[in-house]
Design a protein around this ligand. Structure first.
Ligand code: SF4
Ligand code: MG
Length: 314
């Protein structure tokens, strides 16, 4: 609720704080048990930061995160440990996120040790089961990360996240670093695992093409704010926010005769240190009106579970 993360900017000889990057600026959403909520937006829009705030891997500047009704910021040490077990993350870069000096069996076993979940032969058995679950054989346990392809490494990253039997998994662009041919394999694996284990996903991506297939609901972010939030099909069929329409137009249409035209935005994304007044999208919006540079549109519910922040939408 009303999540904010402002990073200080230091400047001058004394390194004083001269401003703030408003990476996440008043963002509210719910992720329901067992669903996938997709968060989409260009790089720098605050989606990864939002994921880290949800997991309390980054301290928020303002707002609150409730996990099963419990205020995550107020957790004591032992409650935080339980929360860490229940809420896991799969990172974007399967190259950087695995310790190159550890055999993958140990990488997957480590969180079980940390959380006192299993030890000895039971832990070994669980590691083998996890390796099978993510489509790698147990015979791989003794091999090192560099011996695996990108897609296989991401499978290892997923196995590690699932080792502690979490409820919520934040998937931070888990397929962006992978070859297109491998992406759908990993997405399918995530969907299968979700069904098997009853997982809830907060799924972060920079384009709609990846998340439209796996998200129940989708939130679109621009410059630190959610500008539209809706059921996934609704959002794709009937996008209300001009920025959502832009993202949609970037998805290749299989039929070359189809009428969807790619919308190319003018200019660069403004700096989140100095966001435009009024609607933050007004400097690039193809449908900008007079009011847009003056008044910030409220993020309003315009239908059942359908939210949008745009002056065009009545
Ligand atoms: Fe475009 Fe105005 Fe809507 Fe912002 S409020 S998205 S500038 S039409
Ligand atoms: Mg990111």
């Amino acid at each position: 609720n009303n999540l904010k993360k402002y990073f200080p900017i230091h400047g001058g000889l004394l390194g004083r704080t001269v401003g703030h990057v408003r990476a996440v600026d008043d963002v509210s959403f719910t992720v329901k048990k067992g669903e996938t909520l997709g968060l989409v937006g260009e790089s720098g829009c605050g989606k990864s930061t939002t994921g880290l705030l949800v997991l309390r891997l980054l301290e928020m500047t303002g707002g609150e995160v409730l996990f099963a009704g419990q205020d995550v910021a107020g957790l004591n040490r032992s409650q935080l440990k339980t929360f860490r077990r229940q809420a896991q993350i799969v990172f974007q870069d399967p190259y950087a996120s695995l310790n190159p000096r550890m055999p993958v069996g140990d990488i997957i076993a480590e969180p079980m040790t940390l959380h006192g979940i299993a030890a000895g032969p039971e832990r070994t058995r669980r590691v083998e089961k996890l390796l099978r679950l993510v489509g790698l054989g147990p015979q791989h346990a003794g091999r090192y990360p560099h011996e695996f392809s990108g897609g296989q490494r991401q499978r290892i990253g997923i196995a590690r996240a699932l080792a502690v039997q979490p409820k919520l998994v934040v998937c931070d662009e888990p397929v962006s670093a992978l070859d297109v041919s491998i992406q759908s394999q990993i997405l399918n694996l995530l969907v299968e695992l979700q069904q098997e284990m009853g997982l809830t996903y907060l799924f972060i991506a920079h384009g709609l093409n990846v998340i439209k297939h796996i998200s129940d609901r989708i939130g679109v972010m621009y410059l630190g704010k959610i500008v539209e939030l809706a059921d996934g099909n609704e959002l794709i069929q009937n996008p209300l926010h001009p920025y959502t329409r832009t993202l949609l137009s970037a998805i290749p249409v299989p039929d070359p005769g189809a009428k969807r035209k790619r919308i190319i935005l003018q200019g660069d994304v403004p700096s989140p240190a100095n966001p435009p007044a009024g609607c933050r999208f007004h400097t690039r919006c193809p449908e900008c009106m007079d009011i847009c540079s003056k008044e910030e549109p409220a993020f309003r519910e315009v239908g059942p579970e359908r939210f949008v922040a745009c002056h065009l939408v009545k």
